[in-house]
Design a protein around this ligand. Structure first.
Ligand SMILES: *Cc1c(COP(=O)(O)O)cnc(C)c1O
Length: 435
C-alpha cells in the first residue's frame, strides 16, 4: 500500500510515512485507498477480542512492512487495557476509551505510534516533536518513555491545561522534555510545524511529529469502532457514534472504519465553542479561527489538522460530508447542565468532553423528532476519565470525585519544564543546542 500526501506532491510507504509524520509538501499522509475487510470478518466480529480486531485492521494498513508476530506483539502491548461500552440509558452507551495509562483516549493512538516508530527507526536516534492541548502530550510521553534513541519534546500552552494534565506532561524526566509555551494550542501547533520543516534543524537531527497528524495515530483509533460493534451488534439497531472533536483525528479514524465496511449508521461531530467544522457543514465555507478556551479544553482547536484528511476522503465535496456527518457545537453552559443531568438521572459521571458528545446524541434525536426516540443506539466516545478534569467536574457536580491511583501518582511528582514565548527563533535556538 502506498501512502500519499493530501497535497499530492509526495508518495511513500508506511514506514517513511510514520517516521516523517508530516509530508514535505506540508500535507498529511493518507493510504492510497481504504482497504476493505471481508464479509467473514464482519460475521465473526462478535467473537473477536479487541486485540484480534486490532491485528486484523492494522494488518490491512501495514501490509508486509512488519511481520505478523511483531505486529501481534505490538498490538497486545498497546491494547493492554479494557475499552468497555457502558450502558448509560436504554439507547445510549459510553465507549470508555480512558482506561489506559494516562486515562485519555489518546493512549490508544500514541502508544501504537510510539511502538511503530521505535520498530521502524531500528534504534537510530530521533527527536519527536509533539504539540498538545492537554492529553496528547502525556499519552505520547508515556508511549515513548525510556525508548532508547528517542528524545521527546512536548510543546504545551502555558496556563491552558488542567493542573493534573500539566503534571502528566512535565513529570517524566529522562528522554521526555516539556516546553511550556506562552501562547495558545494553535501557537504550539504552528511552532511544531515550523520546527519540523526547518532546514537547519532537519540537517542536525532526525525529526518527526507525534501529533494527530501522524498516520500511526489514526490507524489504531479505528479499532475501537469495530470493537463497539462487536459489543453492541446484538442489540440489532443502527449505531450512531458521537465523537467529541478537536483536531478530528478520532472522527477521521471512524470514517476509515466505515469505509472498511463497518456499517456505521451516522457520525456526529460534536464540538465545543470551537465550531469551525459545524459552521463549514452549515455554510460550505471552511474558515479557521483563533481557538477559544472552554471547559473541554482538549478540543479547543481553531484549525483542525485532520480536516485536510476528511476533505480528501470526501473528495472535497461538502454534500458527501453532510451525508456521513452531522455536526453541532455546544456552549460550556450546556455542557455543564448535561453533566449534572446525566449524573442525576443515570448516575453516570461524564467528563466535559464526553458531555459534549452526549449533547450531540440528544440533538440528533431531537432533529429526527422524538417519535424516533428509539430508532438508534447512540454511542458517545468518552475520551477522558472525569478525574482528569477534577476541578471542573467537582465544581459542576458539587461533589467530590474519586481520583484513580494511576492519576494520583502523577500529582505527587515534581513539575519540570522550560518556558518560552511563542517565538520560533527562540525555540529553535534551544533545540539547536540539544544533543
Ligand atoms: C484530544 C481529545 C479530544 C479530541 O480528539 P480529536 O481527535 O483531536 O478530535 C477529545 N477529548 C479528549 C479528552 C481529548 O484528549
Amino acid at each position: 500500500m502506498k501512502y500519499i500526501s493530501t497535497r499530492k506532491q509526495e508518495e511513500t510507504n508506511i514506514k517513511i510515512a510514520i517516521l516523517k509524520g508530516l509530508a514535505d509538501d506540508g500535507g498529511l499522509f493518507m493510504p492510497e485507498y481504504i482497504p476493505q475487510l471481508e464479509a467473514d470478518f464482519f460475521e465473526n466480529l462478535p467473537n473477536l477480542s479487541l486485540q484480534e480486531i486490532g491485528f486484523r485492521v492494522a494488518k490491512e494498513f501495514l501490509g508486509e512492512s512488519i511481520s505478523d508476530d511483531n505486529l501481534k506483539e505490538i498490538i497486545d502491548e498497546v491494547l493492554n487495557f479494557e475499552i468497555p461500552a457502558v450502558k448509560i440509558s436504554d439507547n445510549i452507551y459510553s465507549l470508555e476509551l480512558f482506561h489506559g495509562p494516562t486515562m485519555a483516549f489518546k493512549d490508544v493512538g500514541a502508544r501504537f505510534m510510539a511502538r511503530m516508530m521505535a520498530y521502524f527507526s531500528e534504534g537510530k536516534p530521533m527527536k519527536v516533536i509533539a504539540a498538545t492541548s492537554g492529553d496528547t502530550g502525556s499519552a505520547v510521553a508515556s508511549g515513548f518513555f525510556n525508548v532508547p534513541g528517542i528524545e521527546v519534546y512536548i510543546l504545551y500552552p502555558k496556563g491552558k491545561v488542567s493542573p493534573l494534565q500539566e503534571k502528566q506532561l512535565t513529570t517524566w524526566g529522562g528522554n521526555i522534555k516539556a516546553l511550556e509555551i506562552d501562547g495558545t494550542f494553535d501557537d504550539c501547533q504552528a511552532l511544531a510545524k515550523q520546527i519540523l520543516s526547518d532546514e537547519e534543524l532537519n540537517q542536525k537531527f532526525t525529526l518527526t511529529s507525534a501529533n494527530s497528524i501522524n498516520i500511526a495515530r489514526l490507524i489504531p483509533q479505528s479499532f475501537y469502532y469495530f470493537w463497539a460493534f462487536a459489543q453492541l451488534q446484538k442489540l440489532r439497531k443502527p449505531i450512531v457514534f458521537s465523537v467529541p472533536s478537536g483536531n478530528f483525528g478520532n472522527l477521521t479514524a471512524g470514517l476509515f472504519a466505515k469505509k472498511m465496511g463497518l456499517p456505521i449508521h451516522q457520525f456526529i461531530a460534536s464540538t465545543n465553542a470551537n465550531d469551525v467544522v459545524p459552521k463549514f457543514l452549515e455554510t460550505g465555507n471552511y474558515e479557521s479561527k483563533p481557538s477559544k478556551q472552554t471547559i473541554s479544553n482538549a478540543m479547543d482547536v481553531g484549525n483542525p489538522s485532520n480536516f485536510e484528511r476528511m476533505k480528501s476522503l470526501f473528495n472535497d465535496d461538502v454534500s458527501e460530508f453532510k451525508i456521513e456527518i452531522e455536526s453541532y457545537s455546544f456552549s460550556d453552559e450546556e455542557t455543564k447542565q448535561t453533566m449534572i443531568k446525566v449524573k442525576n438521572e443515570f448516575d453516570y459521571t461524564l467528563d466535559p468532553h464526553g458531555a459534549v458528545a452526549y449533547l450531540g446524541l440528544e440533538t440528533l434525536r431531537q432533529a429526527q423528532s422524538d417519535k424516533k426516540n428509539e430508532s438508534f443506539i447512540g454511542v458517545l466516545l468518552e475520551t477522558a476519565h472525569p478525574a482528569k478534569f477534577v476541578e471542573v467536574v467537582e465544581e459542576v457536580l458539587k461533589e467530590k470525585i474519586e481520583i484513580p491511583e494511576k492519576l494520583e501518582a502523577f500529582n505527587k511528582k515534581e513539575k519540570q519544564s522550560v518556558e518560552f514565548s511563542a517565538d520560533f527563533e527562540v525555540v529553535k535556538q534551544f533545540l539547536m543546542e540539544e544533543k
